[in-house]
Design a protein around this ligand. Structure first.
Ligand code: ADP
Ligand code: MG
Length: 565
């Protein structure tokens, strides 16, 4: 461990814990905040996500706790349940072997458990403002011994509408307590709150330049709005994306993009302000477990999120201001890992982008979206790599025996191999690479196939079996004849349609997810005005019918499926 943590005057047990956590040296915010807080000062810290704020307030807090005194001595207020749990966990780790008890409290959890724990005695309570205030008002959370109060992610609490609750809690805590307030941005309301509740403020601001780290490769692409989706699809294919956070401007755009990508088979979830806490958690859990590896979010929704590190941050819509840019890309390139931050900039957003560059004192490379040919070449290269890998591994005896049979036909070995390759590569074309839209007159643009046609009445989406995606030209030819059911499929009728805002991505996601069947078991989807026909593989049909009796909903409406006669 470097000397710097040791020089701060932290207790031995805390230094041990820091050692166990493998924190070699303090981050800039820790370097400034820890000594001030240990000296009893009130600290107002502005620093982006990922700068190590938890340890900055938790270490001095732990040092000042007396584990023998079973009263609540410190409060930490956090905007969301996830963050409260995360902070409580991190603080417990820093507490090491000491017997400090830390209790997270948040809405949705049973009061009985929280009350029981509070009665047994805890030293530190970490919680969301609403639930904390509830418990204070019920007289079970006693503030009279509180000596240390932390507001973590204060700007998020403001955005989520908790500021009045926070104000009330602060007003009820003893006046001589010490306080630390951390925020990524410093809106006027937060400043006012600090001035009201904190005396002799020691202000710390970690400049964004220290945040945009060398481990993050930053790039931008200049492109027109109508080409963004196709550009994104190309990049997702060619970049080594293990996990991505994609930022979009509005709730609607976020959901639409998620629907589009979902329908193309990407593992995507949308996160926006309309989702309730349990849905947010569900989505975050899927992301953490890797069930989905792409999250599409608005700035506000992403703010309160505990996302450790993603391989890519993609600004599908350029951020409105420079601080948001720094905040967004802070989700990648963490903890010494390499990250990539990509920003789409439309021609008339160039001025805004220049301001971002000047804010971070860095110029960001401009790159070109891979061309269709580059993607096709890339696919070929990938295929050859996979094929030669397999040849190296062997284990292809079963296939050899098929070749023996084929040798008896009149085809040449070259033709047989070529046909086999064609078959093997069919799935590649599930993601169709479109030519970029060139400038078109508005009227022509209406009929442009490339704009994703959401749920137009009568639109059909062929999901599997075969080489074309629902966006390919071939599938529009198939539409006419595809009223017949494919063999092995059963046609079901859903009570919701275009007028309910239903999109193909929703349907697949909801049914496959809720019933627990693979997405590929769902075939053609034909969205009508007030109902939708859905083809489902025979062996799954009865399960789907049993589970789809109004028990789950789509776009807020209960889903009912019946067999189509
Ligand atoms: P913030 O609250 O500013 O977003 P966190 O406190 O959650 O940041 O810390 C982000 C990550 O950095 C965590 O995984 C944490 O364990 C790690 N971390 C914090 N301080 C250090 C340090 N001094 N050295 C190495 N890693 C650290
Ligand atoms: Mg934090």
């Amino acid at each position: 461990m470097s000397l710097s943590f040791e020089k701060m005057g932290l207790q031995l047990e805390l230094l041990d814990a820091i050692n166990n956590l493998k924190f070699n040296e303090p981050t800039p915010i820790q370097l400034e905040a820890i000594p001030s807080l240990l000296a009893g000062k009130n600290v107002l810290g502005q620093a982006q996500t990922g700068t190590g704020k938890t340890a900055a307030f938790a270490l001095p807090m732990l040092q000042q706790i007396d584990p023998e005194d079973r009263h609540i001595q410190a409060l930490v207020l956090a905007p969301t349940r996830e963050l409260a749990v995360q902070v409580a966990k991190a603080t417990q780790q820093m507490a090491g072997n000491s017997h400090v008890r830390i209790l997270p409290v948040y809405g949705g959890q049973s009061y009985t458990i929280q009350k029981k724990e509070l009665k047994r005695g805890v030293e530190i309570v970490v919680g969301t403002p609403g639930r904390m205030l509830d418990l204070i008002n019920q007289g079970v959370l006693d503030l009279s011994h509180v000596r240390y109060v932390v507001l973590d992610e204060a700007d998020v609490m403001l955005e989520m509408g908790f500021i009045d609750d926070v104000d009330t809690i602060l007003a009820e805590a003893p006046v001589d307590r010490q306080m630390a307030l951390f925020s990524a941005t410093m809106p006027r309301a937060i400043r006012k709150l600090a001035d009201k509740h904190m005396r002799d403020i020691h202000e710390i601001k970690i400049s964004p330049r220290q945040v945009t780290v060398a481990e993050t490769e930053q790039r931008h692409y200049i492109l027109r709005e109508e080409n963004k989706k196709d550009a994104l699809i190309r990049l997702l294919e060619i970049e080594a994306v293990t996990s991505a956070l994609i930022f979009s401007r509005t709730k609607i755009r976020t959901q639409e993009l998620a629907d589009t990508l979902n329908a193309m088979g990407y593992k995507v979830d949308a996160l926006h302000g309309d989702l309730n806490q349990s849905r947010r958690e569900y989505v975050m859990n899927r992301f953490r477990k890797g069930i989905n590896n792409i999250l599409i979010a608005t700035d506000v929704a992403a703010r309160g999120l505990d996302i450790e590190n993603v391989s890519h941050v993609i600004n599908f819509d350029a951020p409105a201001d420079a601080e948001d840019y720094v905040h967004r890309i802070g989700r990648t390139g963490r903890a010494g890992r390499k990250g990539i931050a990509i920003t789409f900039v439309t021609p008339n957003e160039r001025g805004r982008f220049l301001r971002i560059e000047s804010y971070i004192h860095q110029s960001i490379n401009v790159a070109n979206i891979p061309t269709k040919q580059q993607i096709l070449d890339y696919r070929e290269k990938q295929f050859i790599t996979r094929l030669t890998d397999l040849l190296g591994k062997g284990n292809i005896d079963a296939e050899r025996s098929i070749i023996t049979k084929l040798e008896e036909t009149s085809f040449s070995m070259i033709d047989i191999t070529a046909a086999a390759i064609k078959l093997a590569r069919e799935t590649e074309n599930h993601v169709v690479i479109e030519e970029f839209a060139e400038h078109q007159s508005p009227r022509k643009r209406n009929s442009n196939k490339k704009s994703f046609s959401g749920g137009k009445p009568g639109s059909k989406y062929n999901r599997n079996n075969g080489s074309e995606s629902k966006r390919s030209k071939k599938s529009s030819q198939r539409r006419k004849g595809s009223d017949e059911l494919e063999t092995g499929m059963v046609r079901l009728r859903m009570n919701l349609g275009n007028s309910h805002g239903i999109r193909p991505g929703d349907v697949v996601g909801a049914i496959a997810g809720e019933v627990g069947i693979p997405g590929r078991a769902i075939g053609e989807i034909n969205i009508q005005n007030d109902h939708t026909y859905i083809d489902v593989a025979e062996q799954h049909a009865s399960n789907v019918l049993k589970a789809s009796t109004g028990k789950y909903s789509l776009r807020g409406k209960p889903v009912m499926l019946t067999k189509d006669k």
